[in-house]
Design a protein around this ligand. Structure first.
Ligand code: 0L1
Ligand code: MG
Length: 255
């Protein structure tokens, strides 16, 4: 591990724990995407040394709008730990500038050692559910370049899952309405196709990103496929991530 990667990971982890923001690495060094993923890996080492366990992966920048904004044409990945999983509630005191977005999640039923095409990757998932992701950038004003946000684990903070439903297959996951509700009212609306064309396409891209680093998705692993709408700022209230045909994921947010 280079001192630089370790130092960047440590400053991001201290910022997360101390609820502070730090300067974007790109403001002083040129990292590049691969080195940014190495910083992310160092960050994960710090989290696992603290007792957290990896339970899955998240895909980010999966919508055309977010990709255009960042000037990229493919999504990014980050890790999910057991410490990030919510059991129905979230306190705003856990984050600096949290945002929330509705997603679709997969449960891997048989190892996905990529790169696998979308239908094949999806066929290895035993279950699907509606999900919510809470983002929290460790950079001031949520401003970053691509390598900054990769190093910062794709702004990952927390996630909530709805009840798992047996994987209904590729066609059944196409064109589904995805809604973010706040206190029962629709705040954002999109389609499952807004997740990189199809959520299974995002799963396939994740399998390729991991394979490039010698990693696979093990049985039991959770995958957040990506957001179908913009993320909105988090305030106290009841949030529901709804996907047509699935039971919602919900989180009650307190001050
Ligand atoms: O999950 C995501 O799409 C987040 C990717 C990073 C960019 C952001 O924080 O919006
Ligand atoms: Mg997300």
């Amino acid at each position: 591990m280079s001192d630089r990667r370790g130092a960047l990971a440590l400053s991001l982890e201290r910022a997360r724990k101390g609820l502070e923001t730090v300067a974007q690495p790109s403001s002083s060094v040129s990292l590049g995407v691969e080195e940014a993923y190495e910083v992310q890996r160092e960050l994960l080492k710090l989290r696992t040394a603290d007792g957290e366990k990896v339970v899955g992966y998240k895909m980010g920048l999966t919508s055309k709008a977010k990709m255009r904004q960042m000037g990229v044409d493919s999504p990014i990945m980050g890790f999910l730990t057991d410490g990030m999983r919510l059991d129905g509630s979230f306190s705003l005191g856990r984050a600096v500038q949290p945002r929330i977005e509705p997603e679709i999640a997969f449960l891997v039923g048989r190892e996905i050692a990529g790169p696998l095409p979308p239908r094949e990757a999806l066929s290895r998932c035993s279950a699907v559910c509606a999900a919510l992701e809470i983002l929290d950038s460790r950079y001031r004003d949520f401003k970053f370049k691509l390598e900054d946000v990769i190093a910062d684990n794709g702004s990952g903070c927390a996630f909530a899952l709805g009840p798992w439903t047996k994987n209904p297959g590729f066609e059944a996951l196409q064109g589904l309405a995805v809604t973010l509700k706040v206190d029962g009212l629709a705040a954002q609306q999109g389609l499952s196709d807004d997740i990189y064309g199809h959520p299974a396409q995002s799963l396939s891209a994740l399998s390729a990103l991991l394979a490039r680093r010698g990693l696979a998705l093990p049985e039991g692993c959770v995958v957040l496929a990506g957001a179908a709408t913009q993320a909105i700022s988090l305030r106290p209230g009841l949030y529901e991530g709804c996907v047509a045909g699935f039971a919602p994921a919900s989180v009650s947010v307190s001050a």
